[in-house]
Write a new protein. Sequence first.
Length: 101
Amino acid sequence: MPFLPRLHSDEKVHAWLTDTVTRRCRMWVARRDGRLIGFVALDGDERDQLYVLPGYYRQGVGSRLLALAKQESSGQLRLFTFQRNTVPGSSMKRMDSGWQS
């Protein structure tokens, strides 16, 4: 997210995802032509991480990942975003799924 300061190196983020998020959360990935283009991670009923590779925004990737996360939760899935992050907010508004931003 370009509006956030860069606090950690790519190596530290990769280690955190590998060592912490993948051990604590259930995860699903989106691939296109063999390339990882997005993922969602659930920690209980909270969406812990949602990421879509730039260049794949507005193509339904995030919406499909969120729909899968909602299906896999107990029906009480919670989603938090930064106010300045308008990408997921617009996706949720387009989805007829009860999401509010």
